[in-house]
Ligand binder design. Structure first.
Ligand code: ATP
Ligand code: MG
Length: 391
């Protein structure tokens, strides 16, 4: 049996005015309100309601129990591209796509799950313009008993433009996400390329210069002054080689390409402890972190940003990084015991670190939460489905 819904009684405002007006009109039709049916003092509230409903910017219709329109205002007529006269007396199905049920009540013309719009009384439906063109509508519905029968007053909104803009926004959001992911990949490839060039090309050159220098020392015999100069050159060369290694590693750690994620994270942890003097535990199993380049790079960069943030903002004394697999997912937790991240921190327009972290996680269809819920400190929880990224 078809289940009857009842309209939500909230959000009555205009709908009640429409009913007031409707009541006045019905009384007028039966002649109960004076000779001409409109001039009596008792009819004044109905006339007032009528004016408001007539001039309302919102489309208002009322339908009876047999889904026949008994009232429509000019805004409703404009929405459907017809006249008020054409609407009044017509079946509701001419203007709102009808449900399959034969004995459908006005409420059945709208989707049963409701909550289409901002209020609990908003129901979604499909309007039909005079030329048959369908368009998305929302209706706030109020049902009331009038002279023994039920009257449904519906305030309608044409939401087709809003939906079009929402779709466009969603599309452009998707495109931005794809662009961001493509840019991250390009950036990573460039970093890898430059790091390799620095290491293989410039690094080799510096190493061979050092060898030449030691040959030169032997060949020229060398005055004390020359030996001092050569010694200075050699120490400068050593500094240059160390700088080059540091720059190349910062661009892209070789461990990520040669040893794997676990060793790259160990390097990151060691460097963090040495540079900032903050204790940091890495709890992970090397075998569980055998992942392809996309996932390894994403996790490495996320952890790197989290550690940079801790060093810059947290005033922490201890960090724990926990990475483990559970049912084909990699769970990553990074916790510090610092001052704790605030809600407002996460919305800073100029900050891109957390945004980048989220984008990397979402690009892998994962989930991320950043919170300060367990005082003291900040906690980052990430879930990544890595089944397709395991090597
Ligand atoms: N571990 C943390 N503890 C406390 N506050 C934090 C922590 N991590 C981030 N924050 C706060 O969140 C803000 C946003 O971080 P986010 O990484 O997005 O930007 P940022 O580090 O300020 O700049 P950048 O764009 O260079 O990363 C930070 O400015 C900081 O106030
Ligand atoms: Mg940051």
């Amino acid at each position: 049996m078809k289940q009857q819904r009842s309209a939500h009684p909230r959000g009555r405002g205009l709908a009640m005015l429409a009913l007031g007006f409707l009541g006045g009109r019905l009384l007028a039709r039966t002649g109960a309100n004076g000779a001409d049916g409109t001039d009596g003092a008792a009819d004044a509230p109905a006339r007032h309601s009528r004016r408001i409903v007539h001039n309302a910017g919102e489309a208002i219709i009322a339908a009876d129990d047999s889904s026949r329109i008994v009232l429509a205002n000019p805004a409703a007529a404009r929405m459907f591209g017809v006249s008020v006269q054409e609407m009044e007396g017509s079946p509701l199905a001419r203007f709102i796509r009808a449900p399959h049920a034969m004995d459908a009540k006005p409420l059945d013309y709208f989707q049963a799950d409701g909550r289409a719009g901002r209020r609990g009384t908003d129901y979604a439906g499909t309007g039909l313009r005079a030329n048959g063109e369908p368009f998305a509508i929302e209706g706030s519905i109020v049902d009331t008993r009038q002279n023994g029968s039920t009257v449904y007053t519906i305030i309608l909104r044409d939401v087709s433009e809003r939906q079009r803009v929402q779709r466009k926004l969603a599309r452009s959001h998707d495109q931005l996400r794809q662009l961001s992911s493509a840019l991250q990949t390009i950036r990573e490839e460039e970093r890898t390329h430059i790091a390799r060039e620095l290491h293989d090309d410039l690094g080799q050159l510096l190493a061979s210069l050092r060898m030449d220098l030691s040959l030169l020392t032997e060949a020229c015999g060398g005055t004390p002054e020359a030996l001092r100069l050569i010694g200075g050159m050699d120490s400068n060369l050593l500094t240059a080689i160390a700088s080059l290694r540091r720059i190349a590693t910062n661009l892209r750690p070789r461990a990520l390409d040669e040893g794997g994620l676990y060793f790259a994270l160990q390097g990151l942890r060691d460097d963090f402890v040495e540079r900032h003097g903050i204790a940091c535990d890495l709890l992970a199993d090397e075998n569980e972190l055998r992942l392809d380049d996309q996932a390894s790079t994403a996790i490495f960069r996320i952890v790197q940003e989290a550690l940079t943030n801790i060093a810059r903002h947290a005033h922490a004394t201890r960090v724990t990084m926990n990475l483990y697999r559970l049912n084909g997912e990699l769970l990553v937790t990074i916790r510090d015991d610092g001052r704790g991240i605030r809600e407002a921190d996460m919305e800073k327009a100029e900050s891109l670190g957390l945004v980048g972290m989220r984008e990397r996680v979402w690009a892998l269809n994962g989930e991320i939460t950043i919170s300060a819920d367990e005082a003291p400190g900040t906690r980052i929880d990430i879930m990544l489905p890595v089944q397709d990224h395991t090597v």
